[in-house]
Ligand binder design. Structure first.
Ligand SMILES: NC(=O)C1=CN([C@@H]2O[C@H](COP(=O)(O)OP(=O)(O)OC[C@H]3O[C@@H](n4cnc5c(N)ncnc54)[C@H](OP(=O)(O)O)[C@@H]3O)[C@@H](O)[C@H]2O)C=CC1
Ligand SMILES: CC(=O)C(C)=O
Length: 306
């Protein structure tokens, strides 16, 4: 089925669908259905990570959709991430091998360094090592050394591209000094209640695409509190969505796509997965509407002030 995706292009020339399906917190038994529903809905970009501990189910879903002919491997853009416990250069390749095995893939399209912070490697599946005091066991592994090990995996064909996540401007500057393979992506939290304008502008100036994670404010995260801003129920988001003829969540997704930022909303609910994808179909008109009526930035200011 021809997918109706809009694409951005990495500095390396590789195209990436603007909208992807997030899979963090997607529980065992739900992930396979969610990923299959997403692919049926038209998604061609799945965001995953070793640390989500569900790549085996993501892989099973993709295999089912490859086997039934819905998609070919080259249609799909698959992301995985290197977690902090495997950032030592000696462990980087093994981490990607473990993800590829669970995903049942020969390669991924994007391999991200999940964050610049390393934690101790106790064993391959212990992603949150803690000491006797129950505090995280941090490790001092320079992310520049990790990056050099990631670059080798592009040469080996295990990943088409590499990037980072949760990097700030100074960390990106350090990495840019040594990177020989393009840093194509910085995946960071972004939504109207967090102002990443300076970081986004820096990334754009260096031809590094930005993906917004937790675009809906991650309401299902374990540490969510009812004192947090509720983006999906925000009065201005709702008002603007109504004026645009879309749902509040679709507005929150369009908010990114209109700025040329990729967006990876997570859902395990097929109807929501479909609803979120529809933004790719109308966001260009939405963009025109937004420009005509009120630039998205003015909306952001108002939301943040609410
Ligand atoms: N690189 C990094 O460090 C990080 C990366 N990420 C990535 O970003 C993805 C998205 O962020 P995440 O923090 O999961 O949360 P999101 O901001 O995407 O919010 C997910 C929540 O929104 C709900 N939801 C989704 N669509 C709709 C809809 N149309 N209407 C109403 N509710 C909806 C989901 O419900 P339900 O599932 O029940 O349908 C779920 O509870 C992650 O899954 C992960 O892939 C996230 C955090 C950090
Ligand atoms: C979910 C995720 O990617 C985190 C918390 O880094």
């Amino acid at each position: 089925m021809a997918s109706k995706n809009q694409y951005a292009t990495f500095s390396s020339g590789l195209k990436v669908p603007l909208i992807g399906l997030g899979t963090w917190k997607s529980k065992a038994g739900q992930v396979k259905t969610a990923v299959m529903a997403a692919i049926d809905a038209g998604y061609r970009h799945i965001d995953g990570a070793f640390a989500y501990l569900n790549e085996d189910e993501v892989g099973a879903a993709l295999k089912a959709k490859l086997d039934d002919g819905t998609v070919k491997r080259e249609d799909m853009f698959m992301t995985t991430k290197l977690w902090g416990h495997m950032m030592h250069p000696d462990n980087v390749e093994r981490s990607l091998q473990l993800s590829l095995k669970d995903l049942q893939l020969e390669y991924v399209d994007l391999f991200l360094m999940h964050s610049p912070m390393a934690v101790k490697h106790l064993d391959d599946r212990n992603t949150f090592p803690v000491g006797e005091d129950k505090k995280p066991l941090m490790d001092d592994v320079p992310y520049t050394d990790t990056w050099k090990a990631m670059e080798k995996l592009v040469e080996k064909g295990m990943t088409k591209s590499i990037g980072v996540s949760n990097f700030n401007i100074n960390q990106l500057k350090e990495l840019l000094k040594i990177a020989k393979v393009p840093i194509v992506m910085n995946q960071v939290e972004n939504h109207p209640c967090i102002n990443q304008k300076e970081l986004i502008e820096f990334c754009k100036s260096k031809n590094i695409l930005v993906t917004a994670y937790s675009p809906l404010g991650s309401p299902d995260r374990a540490w969510a509190s009812d004192k947090d801003p509720n983006l999906r129920e925000n009065a201005l988001v709702k008002e603007m969505a109504e004026s645009k003829g879309c749902t509040p969540v679709q507005l929150l997704v369009a908010y990114h796509l209109c700025q040329g930022i990729l967006c990876i909303p997570k859902s395990v609910t097929p109807s929501r997965i479909e609803q979120n994808f529809l933004v790719t179909l109308f966001f260009f008109s939405f963009l025109l509407l937004t420009i005509e009526k009120r630039p998205m930035q003015s909306v952001v200011k108002e939301i943040i002030q609410k």
